[in-house]
Design a protein around this ligand. Structure first.
Ligand code: GLC
Length: 442
């Protein structure tokens, strides 16, 4: 971290991000005087407790590492070393890195962030410490109740909500206006509008989504199936439901976007979040399914040719169904083998404070898990879609909740991928469903 202070000074000098960061540091109690004088940041005093923090890499106007730096400067008891893992779109890799480390039970990392789908596994294995003692019911009541429920395993709070995410539909306001169309409510509407815009030559692609054999495919799948009234597992969670009529029709629809309605390029089968986002913010597509981080990029002149032309609405549904968004997002956890639990709690208390949550929302475009911050006026101005879609975030559909999720997701990814490539949808979903049932029943 010896380069921390040299990179900090220019950061704070001119840019807008720098100014807001300075405010953040002041709010965090950092001695602004020392900064103004150009004094080196507080030395890593011998009496500081050293802890490590591992997280998937998130980006925006700032990095997670810079926020961790701000904590290090805000107080003098704890020093956090940040370990950056791959981005969340490389979910399998991030999961593997955490599992390898946590399974050693040697206390590293002391603190980590976890995708919502790993909470049951990490708690079930005894890797994630119960947090109830430190974050009591009155603290928990400051969060969206559904997220606290998602962080609770066997009646213990084993994770603390960091940010909440959900799938949503980005659309080009200018192109829809030009076509005299309103944002679509059903998948049929979306196909009609997309085809019309493609025909007019105003966009190369109608609809971009994520069909890569990766975690995000499961998210797109949950949305399609749930918007047809289906689900991945039966309601008792004991069997797969992936070959039910409703699920088969949903996968058929995804297949048809490439092969029949041709609103999606076959490239979507190898795209996760970023490759699908890029043509959209380059102005080449009418619609995109993605997470909240895209909005800030779409509004950034240096990265987007569609500034002020993008709207966000809930995803469409099948006739007779209801819009569904996949529940995403990351949570904090403390390693049950950590030797520095008090320091870890101090760090998490700061990371999860309303001020830090607001900072993350404004700088990284990720949605707060505290209603108080979600409703913040400045956030409403800078990221208006979040408050407009509040019910989408709070009512999102979870992926299967099971300690065996890591196996379930691989079976889904592989089976659905084969179905989308071959078009043998029922046969591939039958086979995948059998695997899923044997995993959840076994
Ligand atoms: C987003 C979501 C996460 C999901 C991942 C898939 O990062 O927050 O829950 O697993 O995308 O790529």
């Amino acid at each position: 971290m010896s380069d921390g202070h040299t990179s900090l000074i220019p950061d704070l000098s001119a840019s807008k991000a720098g100014q807001s960061r300075r405010k953040f540091l002041q709010g965090a109690g950092f001695a602004a005087g020392a900064l103004a004088l150009g004094l080196p940041r507080r030395a890593r005093a011998a009496d500081r407790t050293e802890i490590t923090f591992a997280s998937a890499k998130f980006f925006g106007k700032e990095t997670v590492g810079q926020v961790v730096d701000a904590y290090n400067q805000a107080q003098s008891k704890v020093h956090v070393t940040y370990i950056e893992l791959p981005p969340p779109s490389s979910s399998t890799e991030v999961h593997q890195a955490l599992v390898q480390q946590l399974a050693r039970r040697n206390g590293t990392p002391d603190v980590f962030t976890q995708d919502v789908v790993w909470i049951a596994e990490f708690a079930g294995a005894g890797w994630a410490m119960a947090l109830d003692e430190y974050f009591n019911p009155s603290v928990q009541s400051q969060y969206f109740p559904g997220l606290i429920a998602a962080c609770t395993y066997n009646s213990k709070l084993t994770a603390l909500p960091w940010f909440v995410d959900s799938g949503m539909l980005y659309y080009r306001k200018d192109l829809l206006d030009g076509a005299g169309a309103k944002p679509p409510e059903t998948w049929d509407d979306l196909v009609t509008i997309a085809q019309g815009i493609q025909k007019s030559g105003k966009a190369d692609f109608g609809y971009l989504w994520q069909g890569k054999q990766a975690e995000v495919l499961v998210c797109d799948l949950v949305e399609a199936i749930a918007s047809n009234g289906g689900s991945i597992l039966t309601s008792d969670g004991k069997k797969g439901a992936l070959n039910d009529d409703k699920a088969v029709a949903a996968v058929q629809f995804l297949y048809d976007t490439i092969n029949k309605s041709k609103i999606s390029p076959s490239d979507v089968l190898s795209w996760d979040e970023e490759p699908s986002r890029q043509p959209f913010t380059a102005g080449r597509a009418a619609f995109l399914r993605n997470w909240s981080y895209v909005y800030g990029i779409a509004q950034d002149k240096s990265a987007s040719s569609v500034v002020d032309k993008v709207g966000v609405v809930p995803l469409p549904h099948f006739a007779g169904g209801k819009s569904a968004a996949c529940l995403g997002g990351y949570q904090y956890g403390i390693n049950a083998a950590s030797k520095n639990k008090e320091a870890a709690v101090d760090f998490l208390t700061w990371m999860s404070s309303p001020e830090t949550q607001l900072h993350f929302a404004l700088q990284l475009g990720i949605a707060p898990t505290r209603p108080e911050v979600f409703d913040n006026a400045q956030l409403g101005k800078e990221q208006p879609f979040m408050q407009q879609l509040k019910s989408v975030f709070t009512g999102a559909t979870p992926r299967p909740v099971t300690p065996k999720y890591a196996q379930v997701t691989l079976a889904i990814q592989s089976g659905v991928s084969k179905a989308l490539v071959s078009g043998n949808i029922k046969a591939e979903l039958d086979a995948a469903n059998e695997k899923i049932t044997s995993i959840v029943a076994g």
